[in-house]
Design a protein. Structure first.
Length: 193
């Protein structure tokens, strides 16, 4: 006999493995508890308001855009992956590796290059139910991160509309092998003179 926890774990893994994209609209032939949605019903990235609007002067002094990662129930056998070029980023409080990038109109800021991380396999883990606070800090300039040689930041973004995207990627270990997932959300950030 399968325990309730075992049944829920199988349901969650089936959802994670079957869709795995925040934009997915698929439904699954599973028990009623899982039939109501897709992976975004289990893990989601949420912003408190839409859109954000900042003056160039305010952004030059630095701003923080808060968001949350919501995990509605425990998910076993998850292998989160860092998304920076050197795989050096550490996990956030959720155990996942959120990656933030703001871009548009030929401009871009992210921590894409923070150096090289150790070349080791990240172990599978349980991502626990909870609401995890995170934030994106930015001073309005172009940059790809500190790299190994600390390059200077680029020019400020000009007035315009930009997109802040937060994504989480990785794999889920199943009986059939590792299955990828990709969860993301974005928000408009408007810069005015």
């Amino acid at each position: 006999m399968i325990s309730l926890r075992g049944a829920l774990t199988k349901i969650v893994l089936a959802i994670v493995v079957s869709g795995c994209s925040r934009q997915s609209a698929d439904t699954f032939d599973l028990p009623e508890t899982a039939r109501k949605g897709t992976i975004e019903n289990i893990i989601s990235i949420e912003f408190p308001k839409k859109p954000y609007r900042f003056s160039l002067a305010k952004i030059a002094n630095g701003v923080t855009i808060d968001y949350t990662i919501r995990v509605k129930q425990d998910i076993d056998n998850v292998i989160p992956r860092p998304q920076d070029d050197g795989a050096a980023a550490g996990p956030g409080p959720s155990g996942l590796f959120p990656f933030e990038i703001i871009s548009g109109n030929g401009q871009s800021y992210s921590l894409r290059d923070i150096g090289l991380g150790p070349p080791n396999e990240k172990p599978a883990r349980t991502i626990k139910n909870g609401v995890y606070s995170a934030s994106f800090e930015w001073d309005g300039r172009n940059w790809n991160g500190p790299s190994d040689f600390d390059p200077p930041k680029g020019d400020p973004f000009p007035p315009g509309s930009y997109t802040l995207t937060v994504s989480i990627v990785g794999e889920v270990r199943t009986e059939e092998g590792k299955k990828p997932y990709d969860i993301s959300n974005n928000i408009e950030v408007i810069l005015v003179p």
